[in-house]
Design a protein around this ligand. Sequence first.
Ligand SMILES: [Zn+2]
Length: 260
Amino acid sequence: MDKLDTNQLDKLDTNQLDKLDSYDKAKKWLTTHVHKNFFPRNPEFQILCDLIDRHPSKSSWSYQKPKSFKISRSPGNGSVVLYVRFEGLSKYRIVSWVAAAKGKLAKHQTGDNTKLNGAMRYAIRVQIQMYRKSHLTQICVLCNSGHRIEVDHFPVHFVDIKENFIQMKTAKGDPPPTDFKWHAKRGNFMFKDGTKANSYYEKKWKQAWQRYHKTHATYRYLCSTCNKKTNQSQPNPEIKLEDLPDILPITGPTLNIITN
Ligand SMILES: [Zn+2]
């Protein structure tokens, strides 16, 4: 596609690719429009609006009206990245065009990927334990109960820290490991730890995740009952941790973190 000239591309776009409702169509279209910005005055703008309208979590975004689009390539692996600037926000954010084109979330975003999710949780358990050790008064911040207290990621949900990290690493060309080890005694999937020669990548990835989580996670105590009520397992795709103050909800659902 890169080799087609502009006239050919225009013809292709208007005649065949005006609706980006499959991975292949969207990839083809975005690839031919890479390194360009689009504003409401451009005909391509509406095509991109229609594309992100297909994103399965769009209805939960707090900013939904696009002001401009930017199509770029990841410096790491060269994959096409769609940036959207929404009305009310000054910065561009990444929106998953794959999820939009397919109309469904990627596997690691749906909770189907229990191995990766389990390993990522397991890798930060010590950080949760440290929080408990340094905050000895364990009272639910919502109802004052002291019964069955759990550590809750707040105000940024675990799932958003996790997704942000995965997206950032993937954009750099370091996608999550796909091969894990099973810890039968603990009943948990874990990252391979580098003791085998071929698991160095897994080890580095885990360590980067641990550092990232340590930098970004903050917590509160909730009792088991309140934690279940506020349970939030779907990521908010618009959360970008570097500019969180713009978009943090004042209150909102949170994620269950059961550490014991
Ligand atoms: Zn409570």
